[in-house]
Ligand binder design. Structure first.
Ligand code: HEC
Ligand code: HEC
Length: 304
């Protein structure tokens, strides 16, 4: 039992190992009870059916939560678990609204402690008060971010668990490689945006590239910008109004870097030529007034 627990749960492993080294005095409760309770909820809700904590094990069926700690604000978890589509319109993640209603239970805590570290049972009273105190602290932190959780609700424990999921060694290696590549790509892109002879800007200004750009648009962009660029979740791209500038290099910049905090993802995976083709396509649909086009957003842009 302990062995399997150790295998599937780095958190528990750390807890058990640290407990065996430093004997806690009977009055003090373990510091991260709430996260342990959250780990129990994670297993009970069968989250591991679709998730792995190791990026190397991720595949089409297993989404990695490796290194989730620190990735999102607490309120993000709160809304995401209640309804993932409120934050990410095409999410396939199920919603777990009952966690926001159901509350933490003392018998459950007892069971968690019994299975992980029976020695702690002697201070169950202290542990239970400590658990509730930790839940209150997290609730107050959420309130600071404008999200109001129910007192002692289970979602608090699950958030406490999710927000500390560390990066595996494999993830750290990947991050550093990806980060290097990202920085290099950004440098190349910035250089191309300034160079009128670059593949990016030459393609962007070549109307013959619009057709290929249209193909890329239909695969990657129309879900948010409408079939003919008339807008949807994202703005209308056929009018003369732009939020982030209407010059070719400005449009290319928006596509490549995105506006992630406003729902426009960045397309760093595209080559400079592909970004250029998209710009050429967007130029070609200018003034086309597609049916049902969204009202203008941003500032009038005059390229004459
Ligand atoms: C039926 C499959 C499924 C189950 C069960 C599931 N998830 Fe997910 N989850 C997904 C998918 C798919 C994504 C990928 C992003 C998306 O589609 O929103 C995701 C994304 C996430 C993310 C965001 C990860 C990131 O880095 O952005 C978190 C956090 C998460 N899930 C937590 C949970 C928790 C906690 C549970 C259990 C209470 C759970 N999931 C159960 C399918 C599932
Ligand atoms: C998940 C939805 C989504 C997808 C997919 C998406 N966009 Fe966007 N896009 C947005 C949103 C939302 C905005 C508005 C951002 C803002 O308010 O600042 C936006 C803004 C833009 C802008 C700036 C418009 C302006 O007024 O300045 C351009 C250009 C753009 N997107 C092009 C694209 C292209 C090209 C693709 C495909 C490669 C794409 N988008 C895919 C949601 C999306």
């Amino acid at each position: 039992m302990i062995k399997t627990l150790l295998y599937c749960s780095p958190l528990l492993a750390v807890l058990l190992l640290s407990n065996s080294r430093t004997q806690l005095s009977p009055e003090t409760a373990a510091p991260d009870l709430l996260a342990r309770y959250g780990q129990y909820i994670f297993a009970r809700e069968d989250c591991q059916h679709c998730h792995t904590l190791n990026v190397d094990k991720a595949d089409a069926d297993l989404v990695s939560l490796d290194g989730l700690g620190g990735k999102y604000p607490l309120s993000w978890f709160y809304y995401y678990l209640d309804d993932p589509r409120s934050l990410s319109p095409y999410s396939n993640m199920p919603s777990f609204p009952h966690l926001h209603v159901d509350t933490l239970r003392r018998p459950t805590l007892e069971q968690i402690i019994r299975e992980s570290n029976p020695d702690e049972l002697a201070r169950l009273n202290a542990s239970w008060s400590e658990l509730l105190r930790q839940a209150d602290t997290l609730k107050a932190q959420l309130e600071n971010e404008g999200a109001f959780a129910k007192n002692g609700s289970e979602v608090l424990a699950l958030i406490a668990y999710l927000r500390q999921i560390p990066s595996s060694p494999e993830k750290l290696v990947r991050d550093s490689i990806e980060h290097q590549q990202f920085l290099l790509q950004q440098q190349v892109l910035q250089a191309q945006l300034k160079d009128p002879n670059s593949a990016l800007l030459k393609t962007a200004n070549d109307s013959k590239q619009a057709k290929q750009g249209g193909r890329l648009f239909r695969t990657n962009c129309q879900a948010c910008h409408g079939e003919n660029g008339g807008g949807g979740v994202g703005p209308n791209l056929t009018d003369a109004y732009w939020l982030h500038g209407g010059k070719p290099e400005e449009i290319a910049h928006t596509i490549a870097m995105g506006v992630p905090e406003r729902g426009m993802i960045s397309w760093q995976s595209m080559t400079p030529t592909e970004v250029g083709q998209l710009v050429a396509y967007i130029h070609s649909i200018k003034g086309s007034k597609p049916k049902g086009a969204k009202e203008p957003q941003g500032n009038l842009f005059n390229d004459e």
